[in-house]
Ligand binder design. Structure first.
Ligand SMILES: Cc1cc2nc3c(=O)[nH]c(=O)nc-3n(C[C@H](O)[C@H](O)[C@H](O)COP(=O)(O)OP(=O)(O)OC[C@H]3O[C@@H](n4cnc5c(N)ncnc54)[C@H](O)[C@@H]3O)c2cc1C
Length: 443
């Protein structure tokens, strides 16, 4: 049985960034990773003609400060994302296809109402402390309300609610009819409470070398300290004590290791599958209550960005389809996601028919060429046992149910990862991973 200062479970961005900082501080660290590769929800491959394709997380924004500092330290480059591409967005609606910058069904009165409600949302978001939303005097009531209910209570017309719903689908977020208002307020409070969802704050940049390169570069630096194909089955904190090398980690193979501390850096689903003993029942209940919205990702590769010839910028919002919308990942490459509310019908399709159905939707949005990519990648993250999801999701009441233990630790067990931050994202992974390493080093 090997013994280490710290055992990190999971080699995604959270586990890797924690391990990297601990190793730099002189700790003896072992990283145990279930898959045969590093990166978790960031993963890249390439096409026959050498273009790098992202199958998982891609873009970040101005508010993602921890991720951006890490990218800088690793010597990688941030550049503009799809939000900078000129041209018109594509609205694939119930009544047909429209091209334009704004939502075609919004009258100028609806547009003014939308803007006015957005300002009230910003004001309300400013009253929420993202680190302690539970302390808000109206926390329970705001958590019970759905975003759509609140919009209607503020006088939103069906057209305004439709606008918010379509934006949610375009982002592969959960429906506004099933999202906690408090969770949305908390999320936007972290980005400066600028409005409903500010693309500059959340989506305006990408790592030009490929977003998974961030993980691969950290993994390269950690070298032999990462053990691949080593899924962990249980963590027993009670078998030792903090600082005594006494936390017992048991792999699915039956092998055991001990760590003075254990950093658990898993997505919500796989974390629930782990047997954890020796922490308080209250803490475990909070950790295991976390929810995770599943998705499937489609990436289509074309010889060129042909849509530009039609005045389209590749950003699409789809209303009655399985895909929520599209964006340009790279020259000639479109990304698209199946949002959680549409995943049921997607999974109901025979597996062999899914790709054809999704490509037909691209054909409807971008013309026959859209349905005929030179290569197609479908990544079913929802059924991947080491992920079981995509991003953090908060249904009404869930923020209260998970409670203020969200994002906290019970040393020597540290629970990090994007699902332990406000709302997921690569920022959440890096932020929680590095923060735990910092606290552990300070001890
Ligand atoms: C399709 C898709 C698109 C996304 N788009 C964006 C985006 O554009 N921008 C953005 O910021 N975020 C995006 N995200 C979210 C972002 O990628 C994730 O939030 C982030 O990468 C999660 O990092 P993590 O380290 O917390 O978890 P993960 O990356 O999930 O890492 C956890 C690791 O733990 C391993 N593991 C699981 N179980 C075990 C076990 N029992 N034992 C050992 N190891 C185990 C897994 O294999 C994995 O390597 C996207 C995610 C997906 C799936």
């Amino acid at each position: 049985m090997s013994t280490h200062d710290v055992i990190v479970v999971g080699a995604g961005l959270a586990g890797l960034s924690a391990a990297r900082d601990l190793v730099a501080a002189g700790a003896d660290v072992l990283v145990l990773e279930a898959r045969a590769r590093a990166g978790g929800r960031v993963e890249q491959t390439s096409t026959e003609d050498g273009r790098v394709v992202q199958l998982g997380g891609e873009v970040v924004g101005a508010s993602h400060t921890s991720y951006r500092s890490l990218v800088d330290e690793l010597g990688l480059t941030l550049g503009p994302s799809f939000t900078d591409i000129p041209g018109e967005s594509t609205w694939l609606l119930a009544d047909g296809r429209h091209l334009g910058d704004d939502m075609p069904w919004l009258s100028s009165a609806d547009r003014s109402l939308y803007d006015a409600i957005e300002r009230r949302f910003s004001t309300l978001a400013s009253s929420v402390d993202p680190d302690d939303p539970w302390a808000h005097p109206e926390a329970v009531a705001l958590d019970r309300l759905t975003v759509a209910d609140w919009l209607r209570s503020e006088g939103a017309t069906p057209q305004v609610v439709r606008a918010m719903e379509l934006r949610a689908m375009g982002l592969a977020d959960a429906s506004v009819e099933r999202r906690s208002l408090l969770a949305d307020l908390r999320k936007e409070a972290t980005a400066g409470a600028l409005g409903f969802y500010d693309y500059d704050a959340w989506e305006s940049m990408k790592v030009l070398e490929g977003s998974a390169t961030v993980a691969l570069r950290m993994a390269e630096g950690l070298g032999h300290r990462i053990r691949y194909s080593s899924p962990v089955a249980s963590i027993d904190v009670a078998s030792g004590g903090a600082g005594q090398g006494g936390v017992k980690v048991t792999l699915q193979s039956g092998e055991r290791c001990r760590g003075g501390d254990v950093i658990c850096a898993l997505p919500a689903g796989p974390l629930r599958d782990l047997r954890i003993s020796g922490v308080s029942a209250e803490y475990l209940a909070s950790v295991q209550r976390r929810e995770h919205a599943p998705t499937a990702k489609l990436v289509t590769v074309y010889e060129s960005s042909f849509w530009e010839g039609n005045g389209q910028n590749g950003t699409g919002y789809f209303e009655r389809t399985l895909l929520g919308g599209t964006w340009v990942q790279n020259t000639g490459i479109l990304s698209a996601l199946v949002p959680v509310d549409r995943l049921g019908p997607y999974r109901a399709l025979p597996a062999a028919a899914r790709e054809e159905v999704l490509l037909a939707e691209l054909g409807a949005a971008y013309g026959p060429e859209g349905a005929r990519p030179t290569s197609t990648f479908v990544r079913d993250w929802h059924s991947d046992i080491w992920t079981q999801g995509y991003i953090t999701a908060w249904r009404p009441g869930e923020l209260t149910a998970v409670g203020p233990l969200h994002g906290t630790h019970e040393p020597p067990l540290w629970v990090v990862g994007s699902d332990q931050w406000v709302c997921g994202y690569m920022e959440g992974a890096v932020r929680t991973g590095r923060a735990a390493a910092r606290e552990l080093i300070a001890r």
